[in-house]
Design a protein around this ligand. Structure first.
Ligand SMILES: Cc1ncc(COP(=O)(O)O)c(C=O)c1O
Length: 403
């Protein structure tokens, strides 16, 4: 069998492939689903009479905020509709607390820390790093954050000011936090401190491609736990319409909402209201957003099926893989500490995979095990080639074959 793997490695190398599965991006057909957005004709006034061509409505137009309110199931008074990036809203949330949190801005706290479920999203770690906020990893279980580890960190570490996670189809391992898990997190965080901030990046709120576990709206659970004023939820249409060309929303209340508004007021006079109106006209109702997401699901599902069909052929002793029901990623966790080696072998065969370690704070996976695969952007043929390369790389690294 080993000789056969080595032969496969050589023939894949000879193919001189050039395939990039590093980032979770929609493919061309997914983007085409929203082409009407490019020509949709809109009134230049919002429902309540704001001239969309001019400055004004710094926190979004009424009809876009209503759409955000329906999607996030939070009262419209708690919703801002913003420009195209939810990541920017997350950054602004952290920045606003760094500068102005009450009673003590995070910049004045010695070595402030954040709890981050791991594996996680590299950009989250990058942004915390920008502020010199230490990211403390907590493991993720099938039903969400490992509660024991979460509690232990709060008991044992100083200066923990918040947590940042992706509660649905978590990037990259796909977990959906259960309602109980969220309620527990909220209760523990609230008991720890009324200033502890929960930031939830709901990037994959409506991105199921297979039947998925039910999840109550986060805002409802936060209300039940009495932590609305400690909770910030962001989301966007980057993977609904156009990557980096949609609109974004944030749900917040009390002080966090006040602080986000404060930093945004300094930074930006108003979002692109015409794009907000275009999105509202294109979709008209929340129901039609959900119908639109079903079309994405039809295109995404076969890609995950292909990727899984390759992973299933790997011997179980090599490692294990996630089987998400939504979102954009699969994780493969090698049994041996060989993730870096696998990624470099893939590169040798012409396939770029997200660097090993990027799923962990400071780019350091202590077990050198977790690899993130992003199957959506490439064609089905390219994906098959890429998965052939990936599984070959796993076998070579696991059995330590000389190539
Ligand atoms: C968890 C998560 N948050 C945010 C983003 C980026 O979203 P946006 O384009 O709205 O900034 C991504 C994109 O990959 C993501 O996976």
């Amino acid at each position: 069998m080993h000789q056969e793997i080595i032969t496969r490695f050589k023939s894949l190398k000879d193919k001189q492939l050039s395939i990039d599965i590093t980032r979770g991006k929609p493919d061309v057909e997914q983007l085409d689903l929203s082409n009407e957005l490019l020509s949709v004709s809109i009134s230049t006034f919002s429902e309540d009479g704001a001239d969309l061509r001019n400055y004004g409505e710094p926190f979004g137009i009424l009809e876009a905020r209503r759409l955000g309110s329906e999607l996030l199931d939070a009262p419209i008074g708690n919703i801002l509709a913003c420009e195209q990036s939810s990541l920017l809203l997350t950054y602004q949330t952290i920045l606003s607390n760094f500068l102005f949190a009450e009673p003590i801005p995070w910049k004045d706290i010695k070595n402030p820390k954040f709890i981050c479920p791991v594996p996680g999203f590299d950009r989250h770690f990058m942004m915390l790093n920008d502020f010199g906020i230490e990211a403390l990893p907590v493991p993720l279980n099938e039903d969400g954050v490992d509660i024991g580890s979460f509690q232990k960190i709060l008991e044992s570490e100083d200066s923990v000011v918040g947590m940042l996670g992706v509660p649905r189809h978590s990037n990259p391992s796909g977990e959906i936090y259960s309602d109980d898990n969220l309620l527990n997190l909220f209760k523990i965080g609230k008991n720890f401190s009324r200033e502890f901030l929960f930031i939830f990046d709901h990037a994959y709120l409506i991105h199921d491609f297979l039947p998925s576990k039910k999840q109550k709206p986060l805002w409802e659970i936060a209300s039940e736990a009495g932590v609305e004023e400690q909770t910030v939820i962001t989301t966007s249409f980057s993977k609904v319409t156009f990557g980096g060309g949609g609109i974004s929303f944030v749900a917040a209340s009390g002080n966090p909402l006040k602080l986000i508004k404060k930093v945004r007021t300094t930074m930006i006079i108003c979002p692109d209201k015409l794009n907000q109106k275009r999105h509202v006209e294109f979709f008209k109702t929340t129901e039609s957003v959900k119908k639109h997401m079903k079309k994405h699901a039809e295109l995404i599902r076969p890609k995950f099926k292909i990727a899984h069909s390759f992973l299933e052929k790997l011997p179980q002793e090599c490692g294990k893989f996630s089987t998400p029901t939504g979102g954009y990623f699969i994780t493969y966790s090698t049994a041996k500490p060989i993730a870096t080696k696998v990624v470099s072998l893939c590169k040798e065969m012409g396939v770029l995979v997200t660097p090993a370690g990027s799923t962990h704070p400071k780019g350091h996976d202590p077990n050198d095990s977790v690899i993130r695969l992003a199957p959506t952007y490439v064609s089905q043929n390219e994906l098959s080639d890429a998965m052939n390369v990936f599984t070959t790389a796993v076998l070579i690294a696991h059995y330590d074959l000389k190539v």
